[in-house]
Design a protein around this ligand. Structure first.
Ligand code: GTP
Ligand code: MG
Length: 195
């Protein structure tokens, strides 16, 4: 997909700030620092539309990006960052629940996991949570540039097994560094948005 327009329309810290409108949307979910913002930037082809950081916990609001006046990407705050207080974690949980429960135009979720590691308990919980809300999940195994090619297939099998992935959910090997998997990710996202 060629992106001609990409604009941050709102950073929502509260449910009443979720933007209205007819656009279908896809949300990005994943552990803090896994590479959600980098994924959005890479596939949109903007260097720094979504703010990225080496410091985990950078994205703390739901950031709604409008693409081509046709759909939204929603960059969701990462989970599993140990240094966040219990109070902040609870607030995060409530906001996520509101979002995934109530958002009718949410067509599917891109869940990112780090291809180098076995999915964490938080990853598994998040995947189950999304399936509980009957969301289609595109699992993106990112940071592929950080492991040798020979290990990639084995890691993908581990991810599939550990998340106990729905056979209908696609798994895409990706790198924000090299652009690997970009076309496949777009195909899956378009399918979810417009089918
Ligand atoms: P939060 O907003 O804190 O939840 O983090 P995030 O998931 O948005 O992660 P972000 O995109 O900010 O990336 C975190 C770090 O990982 C940054 O230093 C990125 O440059 C790096 N990174 C992300 N994707 C890749 C990748 O595919 N390859 C490599 N080598 N580094 C990556
Ligand atoms: Mg981020």
């Amino acid at each position: 997909m060629k992106v001609t327009e990409a604009e941050l329309i709102i950073s929502a810290g509260r449910a009443d700030q979720f933007p209205p409108g007819p656009f279908p949307e896809v949300a990005l979910s994943g552990r803090s620092n896994v590479g959600k913002s980098s994924f959005v930037n890479k596939i949109i082809g903007r260097k720094a539309l979504a703010r990225t950081s080496q410091r985990p916990g950078k994205t703390q609001t739901l950031n709604f990006y409008r693409i081509n006046e046709r759909f939204h990407f929603v960059d969701v705050p990462g989970y599993g960052y140990a240094k966040v207080s219990k109070k902040e974690r609870d607030a995060w949980g409530r906001l996520m629940e509101r979002y995934f429960e109530e958002r009718d135009q949410l067509k599917g979720v891109v869940q990112l996991v780090d291809v180098r590691h076995k999915p964490t308990e938080d990853d598994k919980m998040m995947y189950d949570f999304l399936k509980h809300f009957s969301k289609k999940v595109i699992v993106v195994a990112t940071k592929a540039d950080k492991i040798p090619k020979g290990k990639q297939q084995k890691q993908l099998a581990v991810i599939k097994r550990e998340l106990d992935m729905d056979s209908e959910d696609p798994l895409v090997l990706f790198s924000a560094e090299t652009g690997l998997g970009k076309d496949k990710a777009w195909r899956e996202i378009s399918e979810v948005l417009f089918k």
